[in-house]
Design a protein around this ligand. Sequence first.
Ligand code: SF4
Length: 255
Amino acid sequence: MGRDSDLTREALRQQLEADRLLGIKSVPISPPPPRQPGARARVGRPVRSATAAEQAEQLGVLDETEVKGCTQCTLSDARTQTVFGQGSPSARLVFVGEAPGYEEDRQGLAFVGRAGQLLTRMIAAMGLTREQVFICNVLKCRPPGNRDPSAAEILACSPFLRRQLAIIEPEVLVALGAPAAKTLLNTSESIGKLRGRFHDYYLSGTTGEGPAIPLMPTYHPAYLLRNPAEKRKAWEDLQMVMRLLGLPIPGEMSG
Ligand code: SF4
């Protein structure tokens, strides 16, 4: 009984987070049906080639010995500090944006400005916390004035992201915004055409070579702040990710 009411409370909290994300003001009169025991959000994959401690150490070594002192492109000139990304080293789900902005450069953390706060709510609506996922960018240094990064800068920095993903071994990637999606998928398609379905991200960087991770492109939280009507589409994309991960969806009976 106690566990069932806990699950109902958690489902209700998640429903409210989803409503908040979508800007829905009404509160459901009845709570969603209780989840079946065992249908809670799973955290971490059951089978891995490295332990979470080993993954944390490998990420730490990559950051400390290669990323923090990197001068491989001119973005190193203007940065305050590099922004490696943060979260669970064994996350099942990784969010990838384009590049750090002003706040991120100042704090050394990914997605901590206004867009980052919306991302936190999107993650909460999925029934997860920022600590359970990993959040990073394609580029580890802020382009001055938040200008678009050049092709050479993306080329120089992309191997760091590939190595991060090879260490974390996530089950799913979410590309936040057109630049991240286009870079990761090596395509010029618009985000409107790319979103709404899974694509393959190849860790090798070459399409068709080696293991691939399902990647869902969706709108960047900064875009959603400017265009709140598009939040519903982003929520649809995130629900597809939740289904792939076996996470319960607010208002849907779990099997
Ligand atoms: S953006 Fe990437 S490649 Fe360029 S200096 Fe920063 S860490 Fe190095």
